[in-house]
Design a protein around this ligand. Sequence first.
Ligand code: SF4
Ligand code: SF4
Length: 430
Amino acid sequence: MAYQRTGFGEDMKLQTVPNAGAVFGANAPIGLGGLGGSPDGPLNIVHVFWIAGMSCDGCSIAATAATNPSVEDLLLGRIPNLPKVVLHHPVLNPGAGTELMRPMKAAVNGELGAPYVVVLEGSVPDDQAFPTDDGYFSAMGGGGFDPDTETDQPNRVTDWLWKLAPGAAAYVAIGTCATWGGIPAAAGNITGSMSLMDYLGKDYRSALGVPVVNVPGCSPVGDNFIDVVQAVLLFLQGIAPLPKFDDLGRPAWLFTETVHRHCPKAGYYEEGVFAEEPGDNQCLVEIGCWGPVVQCNIVERGAINHMGGCMVAGAACIGCTMPGFPDKYSPFYKAPPGSAISGGMSKMYGGAIRRLRRLSMRKLNREPLWDKTGEVPSPWAEKHKKPTGTDKTMSFFYKKLQYNNSVNQAKRNKKQPIPQSRDILSQKGL
Ligand code: SF4
Ligand code: SF4
């Protein structure tokens, strides 16, 4: 496949981009380290066509909130070794109408002169079987696709997606509607909405051999999306290997772990302490949190600028990154059925462990000096002035285990002289 190296000029050198299907077991690899990339050198420009299907524009807002890297970094070519990204976005583009649609039509007709990536936000409605003059669920621009004939009908999103598919360097679905159908595909919908994968079919590969890349979330973490776009562009440049995607086309480095494993409330779960109503500080599983079985990285990465994220802000996980969302996670206010067993067991063993830990904390919250003098020198510490019999017994066994085959710091501390506080000195009249 040949692309012009820069811009649209006729006399520009054509640049060859190999079939990156090699990564998926097809042809011989080309580029640095046998990766993607072009034998003619790096790409200078990549167009990105942002198409909105059955969407609320939340993914656009999320993407523009990315900080590391940001959309601006991509558009201004500030990321070393990446081509400059020319974004065609129905909301963010300064131009509208024909100006916005012209490059997309050029891409459909093979006249763009540069590689392009398509990003879909929103799900794909099932309107492609309607007669051409008999309505649509989602459309962009109008006039048809044939340069010789004009229609007065809007161009359906389903047609754009189909016509851009063969020539696209990559297809990226952003957000849960585009990746798995999401809310527009929920039970009771009248649009027959589906995901991009469902629409293009299981055999779809982009012009460079890459299947649909999925970045789910409702709305997704903006940094996740730009991270993935950056990784795909580095691969297309032949600079980095194609990162690992899982069997649903999700970036594996972002969506392998469950959100529960990194949740700030996971310690409460482990100790068997659960919230009874929204706003409580404890683990939220009994008021509808699905975190233990949901693949999402929002609590590590943060919602925006590494801040926030559902449980960080006190909200239960309703599984918005998952293919079963929303129907398989509703009703959102009920505890997941599996939590009756796992939460119940956690209450039993976690409750016992929690009590043992509190005992350890009583001991560890005291200076070695206070163990010797038998008091904490502060009016705050009325409750803890004297170690109880339980404290002493526990401390004895604790120290035996802790210092076994090691230096016994407790014994060494016993030999330390007791420091003379100002209070004792004044009592002695000094
Ligand atoms: S709030 Fe949810 S994700 Fe966090 S610990 Fe509880 S069950 Fe796990
Ligand atoms: S924690 Fe759950 S609800 Fe929140 S973004 Fe992740 S998957 Fe969605």
